[in-house]
Design a protein around this ligand. Structure first.
Ligand code: PEP
Ligand code: MG
Length: 841
């Protein structure tokens, strides 16, 4: 046998094949060969070889074919380093010529041989010669006639006879696959899946087991787990007299795998092959340390394994599979933890449409990214960002998405596109960020210019109308469907327990309401790291009292309004303390500018005047007096606490009294009180003096003793720089990186969306700093604050409570900077727990 090229290697147990030189498929096939599994002869072409082929440097085809013995037909499949990066589609039946057809006819029948040849001509013409699919697809149903027509069409289009030399066919297939990989679209798609720009492609050339002929012949796939749940359940498809992925195409008349009263099964038709197949798949799991899908062909009852591929799985199944592998002793627990991308948990954690609720279906598309969400439709990324800045849930509707839409996708609760498939941009990005997404909804008419969507039944939706996107089932529903919270199973809980066993960074939740706190507890947050108390004032009744307080003319009037708010806040806090059962609860004193609680238009002013029984002019004047040019840098946070101290007094009293109420019923509680927007240590001194006075008053009124912890939220650069002055007065510092990012960049967190995509695209910022902590700038302030704070007080507790607290990269930074905990929104708690665990493994 002639050795063609050291980069063109027959796959044997000891051939020099590695994932980074020949790709994952070649490496996996070698593993199967080493396990002595019945793999047809296969030759692997290295990345280098394929790269040279793309450049026009073709190796000796006859030598290559020579390595494969005298097999009649060949197939070529891609072998990228990471199978998830994809690659050009496989081409089967290479070597099919007039002569090969004649040779096959006696074995499989003339019609079957013609059909095989026709399929090859079509796939070669479309994917190799790049002819228009229409010219080749529209042929007679009779295979022999169809073949003649297809060959004629080929000749017509190319002005050449269909190649009759297998070596020529193979060379052309290899060249076309190699070039396809180097094309721009393919490169962008794989880069979106995380591949480096220079990722290589290997190819494997395998002898065909054709799956047609006498006795039981056919092909299929089999796996031992369910791809949706990860539970042990044999799934797959098998089709007699078929090859490649025929069995997977919808409409194919697949057989049952196991014996089944409803119809014939592979188990009955080829019992021995079936038993081997099950054993081989189980062996792959143990030896390859991964749940594998077997791609197989049966030839006259004999089994061949063409390939083993990692079972496709959603996040839920990924968790179950990893946990089961660890529980079976196949991989260590730490590896199970490392196998789950923390962000992927979002998929498990997302809401779904209630299966029992009514669905008003507008149209279906491809279920590209699971989870469900409701929002009003917008047609541009900019509109999505504007909606998000207003705190509104929106669904981004595009014909298809591109990198300019990414910011808009982040801002939307779901995405809907007219075009695309499972690997289109919207689908890839949607899955990446856990955003419910339906693509390819081409039954809807997308009138982008008029900003309308027209359903097949004639209903017209305009910008602003509500829809629900069910990314799990690929449906677009009219209006707001009833959604169910995420489905979490035992494997998830087990994995999370393992994560908790290894991690050394605590995770708390940002929770403002009892509902948030319940979610936080459910996800095993170790306390509340940030309760934004102003969120407790948004209901109508409280808003009115709040407004009375704001409009009070005298300290006495203000005190009267605050007396009404006190029992409400006390009840809020007591509820949080009860839910958290003795875990730390960190309550931030009132933060926003007061005018946020006032109406902004004339009608609102009039209503308020009526409610408060005041002349309209008084209301208007007061609202004007409270308005600021830069409210986010104005009278808010501790500045309000110092200038209108009664608000903090009321809140502090409510916290202490609530704590005594809740403590009486059970767990000991040490409340944490946090001062927002500090920039000078004197602010802390002033507030602390009043809090201490209130603590003493409550102690003497109730005759009960208690302690509390005071902390400062580091949200201004100056607070970070002066941490050494502040730290001695407090027991903790919590970095509010939302405001700190805003103030460090001088970048409005509410307006930056307008130009953020432009900035990221032009590489001004590597990423949106409000999503991923700016390590170089804001991170530097965190480091300085942490060092100076701890320098002044060694037992100072450090944490982060901005949005970055749930971002895996930012969590890594915080751990390295010696933080004690991160606090993030409740649904991100599991992501943070796993991310923290991976850092400790
Ligand atoms: C922050 O600024 O980081 C923070 C957590 O507070 P808020 O988002 O409420 O301003
Ligand atoms: Mg803030």
């Amino acid at each position: 046998m002639q050795q063609a090229d050291s980069n063109i290697t027959l796959i044997t147990s000891d051939a020099p094949i590695a994932g980074h030189t020949h790709g994952g498929r070649a490496k996996c096939l070698q593993r199967l060969v080493r396990l002595d599994l019945p793999v047809p002869r296969t030759v692997a072409l290295s990345f280098d070889t394929v790269h040279r082929i793309a450049a026009g440097n073709m190796p000796d085809m006859n030598a290559l074919i020579g390595q494969l013995g005298d097999s009649a037909l060949l197939c070529v499949r891609p072998s990228s380093e990471d199978p998830d990066w994809g690659g050009p589609r496989a081409i089967l039946n290479i070597g099919m010529t007039d002569a090969a057809r004649d040779a096959l006819a006696p074995r499989i029948g003339a019609k079957a041989a013609a059909k095989l040849y026709l399929r090859f001509v079509q796939s070669y013409a479309i994917h190799v010669a790049r002819l228009d699919a229409d010219t080749l697809d529209d042929v007679s149903d009779d295979p022999e006639e169809g073949l003649a027509e297809a060959l004629a069409a080929y000749e017509d289009e190319t002005e050449e006879q269909f190649p009759q030399d297998p070596a020529v066919q193979l060379a052309e297939v290899l060249r076309s696959m190699a070039r396809a990989w180097e094309g721009t679209t393919a490169r962008l798609l794989r880069q979106a899946k995380g591949a480096p720009a220079d990722a290589g492609l290997g190819l494997v050339v395998q002898e065909m087991v054709i799956g047609l002929g006498r006795g039981e012949c056919g092909s299929g796939v089999l796996q031992l787990v369910n791809s949706q749940t990860g539970q042990r359940q044999m799934t797959g498809r098998y089709l007699s007299q078929s090859q490649g992925r025929d069995a997977l195409s919808t409409g194919a008349d697949a057989l049952y795998l196991e014996r089944d009263p409803r119809g014939p099964s592979l188990e009955e038709l080829a019992p021995e092959a079936f038993a081997q197949l099950k054993d081989h798949t189980a062996l792959m799991r143990t030896k390859l340390r991964e749940e594998m899908q077997a791609e197989f062909t049966i030839d006259n009852g004999k089994l061949y394994l063409l390939d083993g591929v990692r079972v496709a799985r959603n996040a839920r199944a990924a968790v179950s599979i990893a946990v089961a592998l660890a529980e079976d002793g196949i991989i260590p627990r730490e590896e199970a933890l490392m196998r789950i991308e923390p962000r992927a948990l979002n998929e498990l954690l997302h809401r779904q449409v209630d299966p029992d609720a009514p669905r008003d279906l507008l149209a279906s598309g491809i279920a590209a990214s699971p989870g469900a969400a409701t929002g009003h439709i917008v047609f541009t990324a900019t509109a999505a960002q504007a909606a998000a800045a207003r705190g509104e849930a929106c669904v981004l509707v595009r014909r298809e998405t591109s990198s300019e839409d990414i910011r808009g996708m982040h801002a939307a609760v779901a995405v809907l596109t007219e075009r695309g498939g499972m690997t289109s941009h919207a689908a890839v990005i949607g899955r990446g960020i856990g955003l419910p997404c339906v693509v390819g909804a081409s039954k809807l008419r997308f009138q982008m210019g008029k900003r309308k969507l027209i359903a097949p039944d004639g209903r017209v939706l305009s910008e602003g109308d509500d829809v629900t996107i069910d990314g799990t089932n690929g449906q677009v529903l009219f209006g707001k469907a009833h959604l169910l919270d995420a489905g979490i199973d035992d494997s998830f809980r087990v994995l999370m327990d393992w994560a908790d066993d290894v991690r050394d960074l605590a995770v708390r939740a940002n929770a403002d309401t009892p509902a948030d706190a319940l979610v936080a507890r459910n996800f095993k947050a170790q306390g509340i790291g940030l309760c934004r108390t102003e969120h407790m004032f948004f209901d109508e009744a409280r808003m009115t009292v709040m407004r009375e307080m704001i409009f009070a003319n005298s300290s006495a009037d203000r005190a009267a309004a605050l007396d009404l708010l006190l029992p409400m806040q006390r009840a809020d806090f007591a509820e949080l303390f009860r839910i958290m059962q003795g875990q730390p609860v960190c309550i931030r004193l009132f933060d926003p500018p007061l005018h946020e609680f006032l109406p902004s238009d004339r009608a609102g002013h009039r209503e308020l005047a009526e409610a408060l029984d005041l002349p309209l002019s008084v209301v208007t004047r007061r609202v004007e007096a409270l308005s600021e040019y830069n409210p986010m840098l104005g009278m808010r946070g501790v500045r309000l606490g110092i200038t209108v101290p009664e608000i903090y007094d009321m809140q502090t009293r409510a916290i202490f009294e609530a704590m005594l109420d809740a403590r009486g019923e059970g767990d000991p509680i040490v409340p944490e009180i946090m001062i927002p927007l500090v920039s000078a240590s004197r602010e802390v001194e002033l507030v602390k003096t009043r809090i201490d006075a209130i603590a003493n008053a409550v102690r003497s009124e109730t005759g009960q003793d208690f302690t509390y912890r005071l902390g400062v939220m580091v949200e201004t650069p100056r607070a970070a720089l002066r941490a050494a002055d502040i730290a001695p007065q407090v027991s903790f510092l919590s970095f509010g990186t939302n405001d700190l990012t805003q103030m460090t960049y001088g970048l409005s967190r509410d307006d930056a969306g307008r130009f953020m995509s432009e900035y990221v695209q032009q590489g001004v910022y590597p990423e949106d700093p409000f999503h991923s902590l700016d390590i170089d700038g804001v991170g530097e302030l965190l480091r300085i604050g942490a060092e100076r704070g701890r320098g002044a007080r060694t037992d100072l507790v450090l944490s982060i409570c901005g949005e970055h607290g749930g971002n895996p990269e930012s969590i890594a930074f915080c751990r390295a900077a010696g933080f004690d905990y991160v606090s993030c929104s409740p649904f991100r708690v599991p992501v943070a727990r796993l991310a923290a665990a991976q850092l400790a493994v």
